[in-house]
Design a protein around this ligand. Structure first.
Ligand code: FAS
Ligand code: PHB
Length: 391
């Protein structure tokens, strides 16, 4: 079959790119290895920058965010005995939204189905061909076991941190940076109303803890654990005790409830350059991974495809390749800024090293809550910097 853009991966990057291209009258075919149900069920990110919400509105999938999402003015930073609110709207003029990635995925999938655009789920043996020619192709075996071939003008690799696309950038051109952190997150979903109005990021001698949420009745928590943590060693009671200890504050109590999901999430940074080779463009986790402490992963994927969609449309509709030629450099500037911010939030808030390290972390946290300029730098990065190339 022939299409203008073959998209590999139906996560937020692939689905949003498909939606933005469709809105511009450019057809695409989506190829995803998992089932749609599996993709929709993956519990991942929870925070959208206000710029991301605006992009999703423009893509025609912003309605439910307004209804089911929560707009937050900021976050709380905590260490033993102290909890301080950072108001991003006062500091940087921007808010953030709590709206699960699963919901973003459901909204985008529903829109694509309504548009009647072609998507192949449960595809296997996905291969990219001739990406450095004028006629790249994608081959795969579909869910019914039939061999399929897509001839396309452009291939978009949106296949996440374990996908094949970035490996089709020849090794002699490709450079990858990686940092694996000496800790992981134990994430839980619980049927209990949040015990806080906005997110709490807590530094504690026992380890970092994060109180997030998904609705008035569902809370999301994360605990710093060892990278090779054995999940079975964590009973519900042990999880709640650790959370109560790390969030402890006079006059405040943590409400507990039924834990409905739990998993251990590794913490690493990864950047691949370039994000383009010939007619292959990489977007989202296919090109970069950040530790989730800065809530950047999903938002970076959204920013990549907003820029990539604009580059593809001006190329295929107007024959103007300037933005396509500049895509990798522009996208990587934001990727490195967000990679630094995610590393900074992660190393400031997670216990590692010795007591000297702990004192440095506490000094940094006290600086952030006492200095408007330091607090504004955090607010600006967390709530989202402007997307270069879009204005
Ligand atoms: P995704 O990984 O979401 O999507 C890639 C898609 O490509 C997947 O559906 C995959 O099945 C498919 N694929 C892979 N190989 C393929 C192949 N060969 N053929 C076809 N399809 C293929 N970010 C936050 O901000 N906060 C968080 O709390 C957070 N938690 C996370 C927890 C986990 C377990 C993970 C893995 C990531 C988490 N992230 C978090 C980051 C996450 O939200 C990503 O940034 C986001 O999913 C990026 O979206 P995509 O680039 O679309 O990649
Ligand atoms: C989440 O709600 O899943 C979440 C929120 C903020 C983060 C990471 C994860 O920094």
């Amino acid at each position: 079959m022939r299409t203008r853009v073959a998209i590999i991966g139906a996560g937020p990057a692939g689905l949003l790119l498909a939606q933005l291209l469709d809105a511009a009258g450019i057809d695409s075919v989506l190829v995803e290895q998992r089932s749609a149900e599996y993709v929709k069920s993956r519990i991942r990110a929870g925070i959208l920058e206000s710029g991301s919400v605006q992009l999703l509105r423009e893509a025609g999938v912003g309605d439910r965010i307004e209804r089911a999402g929560f707009e937050h003015r900021g976050i709380h930073l905590q260490w033993p005995g102290e909890r301080h609110h950072l108001d991003f709207v006062d500091l940087a003029g921007k808010s953030v939204w709590v709206y699960g990635q699963t919901e973003v995925t459901k909204d985008l999938m529903a829109t694509r189905e309504r548009a009647g655009q072609l998507s192949f789920y449960e595809a296997t043996d996905v291969e990219l061909h001739d990406v450095d020619s004028d006629s790249p192709a994608v081959t795969f075996t579909d869910a019914d076991g039939r061999a399929q071939r897509i001839e396309a003008a452009i291939v978009a690799g949106c296949d996440g941190s374990h996908g094949p696309s970035r490996h089709f950038v020849p090794e002699r051109h490709r450079r990858t940076w990686e940092r694996t952190y000496p800790f992981a997150w134990l994430g839980i979903l619980a049927d209990v109303a949040p015990s806080t109005d906005e997110l709490i990021y807590a530094w504690h001698p026992d380890g970092f803890a994060l109180h997030s949420m998904r609705s008035d009745a569902v809370s999301r928590f994360y605990l710093q654990v060892e990278p090779d943590e054995d999940l079975t060693a964590w009973s519900d009671d042990r999880i709640w005790d650790a959370l109560a200890t790390r969030f402890a504050l006079d006059g405040w109590t943590l409400t507990t409830g039924a834990i409905t999901d739990r998993s251990v999430l590794p913490m690493r940074s990864m950047v691949t350059s370039p994000m383009r080779h010939g007619r292959l463009f990489l977007a989202g986790d296919a090109a970069h991974t950040v530790p989730p402490t800065g809530a950047k992963g999903l938002n970076l994927a959204i920013a990549d495809v907003a820029l990539l969609a604009r580059a593809i449309v001006t190329w295929l509709a107007d024959g103007d390749t300037r933005l396509a030629d500049a895509y990798s450099d522009i996208a990587l500037r934001r990727v490195w800024r967000c990679t630094h911010f995610s590393w900074w939030m992660t190393t400031m808030l997670h216990r590692h090293g010795d007591d000297f390290d702990a004192r440095l972390q506490l000094a940094q946290l006290q600086r952030v809550v006492q200095s408007d300029s330091a607090a504004t730098e955090l607010a600006d990065n967390y709530a989202g910097i402007p997307i270069e190339g879009l204005s």
